[in-house]
Design a protein. Structure first.
Length: 107
């Protein structure tokens, strides 16, 4: 039996919190039908966490995604309560450049 695919899920803000769970459910249906073992690992990153803790993309989260996950599903980022969107840049660039990701697919 092969190792499960580990999908890091970051819903983000606003509409991301609505559409990402649907995307996860769709992937789950497909993977079950194909008998692909998988695990979903949720990360609470976005404006709410930034406003509480003052950090966008914590190092411990980066390490877990880098060492333990195979892919990332990222929702929309952006919240009017954080006008400069610095936390969103931390998350987006932290994933793209910090984890050396090479593919950014948008539907």
């Amino acid at each position: 039996m092969r190792s499960p695919i580990r999908l890091a899920v970051i819903p983000g803000d606003g509409i991301g919190q609505e559409v990402v769970p649907v995307g996860v459910e769709l992937l789950s249906v497909i993977w079950r039908a194909k008998e692909v073992p998988f695990e979903v690992v949720h990360f609470d990153l976005g404006a709410d966490r930034f406003l509480k803790e003052g950090v966008g993309f914590p190092e411990d989260v980066k390490r877990v995604i880098w060492h333990e996950c195979d892919a990332v599903l990222l929702g929309a980022l952006g919240d009017p309560r954080v006008p400069d969107l610095g936390y969103a840049r931390e998350i987006l660039f932290g994933l793209r450049f910090g984890l050396d990701l090479y593919c950014n697919i948008r539907p």
